[in-house]
Design a protein. Structure first.
Length: 256
């Protein structure tokens, strides 16, 4: 049986183990630093495909949520405009009540009520006609508007009698605005916000599923990294130990 001082099979085996352990350390370190278990197709081909499909679904849900959010913003803008109109009618009603008090109003006071009412009516009608969102009318009853608010006509506070009639007109307009607010609020809450909540729940579920497939489990890969590092150091130590033993045998023959 032959005896060798530097067995090639042992040395090559040790070097192979060192390379394998180094590669394992590198892969574990890559996953730890990136936060991803799958960094390339070779890591998990099937998992990567499923992960990409889930990411595509998540992107679509993100866009749907954005669309619903923009619609909710439109409803909130329109509701704000209707509330502004409601406030104007409240002031106009006060004028009408004041102007209907024939017992104490002078001609000057009656004229002042009429002037103030004319200004409010003009502002009210201008708001109804011009209110828009993203370039589209919102209150004039057109195809894409969210409400159909009637313009004010027939407001006359010049006399107590006409003021009483105008008061009825204002009250009817207030009821119209209140109905519009109820409709807007119900649609926003029951349709849009409910839809958004459902989409966000679905998105969160998909994000969790995708994360379980693709993200790094730090506990597992820290253990893998530490284990590979220990094995690498052990392999290097064994290789060095083999060299020392061989040199020690040579020293018995007086040769270095």
């Amino acid at each position: 049986m032959s005896i060798t001082l530097f067995p090639k099979s042992s040395t090559m085996g040790s070097l192979y183990n060192i390379r394998q352990n180094y590669n394992a350390m590198f892969k574990a370190m890559e996953k730890l630093s990136s936060g991803l278990r799958i960094n390339r197709a070779a890591d998990d081909p099937a998992g990567l495909v499923i992960s990409e499909q889930l990411r595509s679904q998540i992107a679509s849900l993100n866009q749907e949520i954005e669309n619903v959010t923009q619609t909710i913003n439109k409803y909130e803008t329109v509701s704000s405009s209707v509330l502004q109109l409601r406030s104007q009618l409240t002031d106009l009603r006060s004028y009408a009540v004041g102007a209907s008090n024939e017992a104490v109003n002078s001609e000057t006071a009656q004229a002042a009520y009429q002037t103030a009412a004319d200004s409010l009516v003009t502002t009210f009608n201008d708001t109804v006609a011009s209110a828009e969102y993203n370039g589209k009318k919102t209150l004039d009853g057109s195809l894409e508007s969210l409400a159909s608010i009637s313009e004010l006509t027939g407001i006359d506070l010049s006399t107590a009698e006409s003021s009483a009639t105008s008061l009825e007109i204002v009250d009817n307009a207030i009821r119209e605005l209140d109905n519009a607010l109820v409709d807007l609020g119900a649609q926003q809450k029951n349709e849009l916000e409910s839809r958004k909540a459902t989409l966000e729940t679905n998105r969160q579920n998909l994000i969790s599923a995708e994360s379980q497939i693709r993200d790094t489990d730090y506990g597992d890969f820290i253990s893998e990294y530490v284990g590979a590092m220990i094995r690498e150091k052990a392999s290097i130590a064994m290789l060095a130990h083999s060299r020392v033993m061989s040199e020690s045998i040579l020293s018995l023959f007086g040769s270095r």
